[in-house]
Design a protein around this ligand. Structure first.
Ligand code: FAD
Length: 467
């Protein structure tokens, strides 16, 4: 049986290779690092995390990405296995020691007898005798391959800014001013309720900080001007420009946090830092992605109380993101309609995020393996987190694709992508209909339960098809 080729050993490519091997099919994984790095990757490890070390919420009963985690676990995901094994405390979020995580994935892939890793750049469309290929080269796909895909599809790859948040050495943070606490003391599955470092600002300090961000010297990329920012990952100074209170209702919100230091008053705004490595020596500034110049970052961020002497292990930055107009170009199992031997996976399909990229890799791997084995590759139901994401990528987006500016935009998994549930919600303890937050919570719970039930059926059906 011929192998399936995978280009790109990131989150999607590794998960795809793992899934293919698990179905008894051989895979060859082509990764250009360390021979050639991207603008954000720093190592030769497979599945390197280029920015935050968080896989976001791990709550599979009320949160769409938490549900995606749980579905992936049930689908034998390598990425989730490595994440679980390298978890660091982060309240209700699943965060990992990035080096340990990448090492675990690299080791598992290297030890799998059905997977061969070849360190090489694929600098154009793959050779014609590769009859089944998964392209998982990510938002920083190397230029020759991106150009070849762009030329073949006739589509202009879209580019927009993604942003990196600064990382600070823990021992340079002044803990006589800052304090440890998770918002609302939430412990979550992997945390303790005191996982974040919080830096308080008074109203006067907050106003001065906002002024500093707005006035600060920014990096400009004239080639990329006019590129839209992705709303879930706006640079901090862009948020500040949108309104003086925007940050206080976003990454600097003070709610659920109490300054324990004697003689202090309720903070007007709070900067949170999350543990970035297992040792607990590095902390990242949550939501502080930025395009401020490096000198400006140290100057302005050191005005935050508690960070006056901060030593930065890494400063924030900006990167390009390449993704396909997938609803137009890809079929229901992620194949390029115009060249079905090519499948796409990961962020290049227009999903957004580590977990989503890995989940799309998981599906692409299963589809490719089923095809190789002569089985029908049935997509997961759209009621599951995987199906909802796939639907968004391959056709869920209905707006004008052929006319006007391209409207397909990257998306994190969220309940807005799920079909609504028609099942009646439970009543409260007085037999009355739920209202407000209780109703919203019950609705999310119902969507999660439905997803996991439907996933179990899909897994069962796939198993029967294979037998
Ligand atoms: C700067 C930046 C910051 C980000 N921050 C976050 C974040 O904090 N949280 C989050 O959830 N998501 C973040 N993302 C988005 C995204 O989820 C990650 O980029 C994620 O790693 C995408 O997974 P992937 O497998 O699609 O691509 P990647 O993980 O990037 O893997 C692609 C791989 O393909 C290789 N490659 C590229 N071209 C070739 C070629 N021609 N031949 C061979 N190999 C090739 C690359 O070296 C790389 O290893 C960020 C993205 C960027 C660019």
């Amino acid at each position: 049986m011929k192998p399936i080729h995978i280009i790109g050993g990131g989150l999607a490519g590794c998960e795809a290779a793992w899934q293919i091997a698990a179905q008894g099919v051989r895979a060859i994984l082509h990764e250009m690092r360390p021979l050639r790095l991207t603008a954000a990757h720093k190592t030769g490890s497979l599945a390197e995390l280029v920015c935050s070390n968080s896989f976001r919420s791990d709550d599979h009963e009320h949160n769409a990405v938490g549900l995606l985690h749980e579905e992936m676990r049930r689908l034998n995901s390598l990425i989730m296995r490595a994440a679980n094994a390298n978890q660091v405390p982060a309240g209700g979020a699943l965060a990992v020691d990035r080096d340990g995580f990448a090492a675990a994935v690299t080791e598992a892939i290297g030890a799998n007898p059905r997977i061969e890793v070849q360190r090489q750049e694929i600098a154009g469309l793959p050779p014609e005798d590769w009859d089944s290929v998964i392209v998982a080269t990510g938002p920083l796909t190397s230029q020759p391959l991106a150009e070849a895909i762009g030329t073949f599809t006739g589509e202009n790859a879209l580019a927009f800014f993604d942003a990196i948040a600064p990382i600070i050495h823990r021992d340079s943070i002044d803990m006589t001013v800052a304090w440890f606490q998770s918002r609302y003391d939430k412990a979550g599955p992997g945390g303790s309720g005191i996982d974040y470092i919080n830096c308080p600002l008074t109203r006067v300090q907050y106003e001065a900080f906002v002024d500093g961000l707005i006035a600060g010297d920014k990096t400009t990329f004239h080639d990329w001007e006019g590129t839209p920012y992705f709303d879930g990952c706006l640079p901090i100074e862009v948020m500040a420009e949108r309104g003086r209170e925007t940050l206080r209702h976003g990454p600097m919100k003070p709610f659920g946090l109490t300054n324990p230091h004697p003689g202090t008053s309720k903070p007007y705004a709070v900067v949170q830092l999350r543990q970035d490595n297992k040792l607990g020596t590095l902390f990242n500034m949550v939501g502080f992605q930025t395009k401020l110049k490096h000198g400006e970052q140290t100057r302005i961020f050191c005005t935050i109380p508690g960070l006056e002497q901060a030593e930065f292990a890494r400063l924030g930055g900006l990167h390009r993101n390449t993704f396909l107009n997938s609803p137009k170009l890809l079929d229901a199992t992620l194949r390029l309609k115009a060249m079905p031997r090519l499948r796409f996976a990961g962020q290049i399909t227009g999903c957004e995020g580590y977990v989503e990229s890995a989940a799309v890799g998981l599906m692409a791997g299963r589809f490719a393996a089923a095809e190789r084995l002569g089985e029908t590759a049935a997509p997961p139901p759209s009621t599951t987190a995987h199906g909802a994401l796939l639907n968004h990528i391959t056709g869920g987006h209905i707006e004008r694709i052929d006319a006007g500016p391209p409207s397909y935009q990257p998306m994190n998994v969220n309940f807005g992508l799920f079909p609504p549930s028609d099942r009646a919600l439970p009543l409260d303890e007085n037999g009355k209909r739920l209202r407000g937050p209780a109703k919203a919570l019950a609705r999310k719970r119902a969507l999660c339960q439905r997803a996991l039930n439907d996933l179990a059926q899909w897994i069962g059906a796939a198993r029967m098809a294979a037998e």
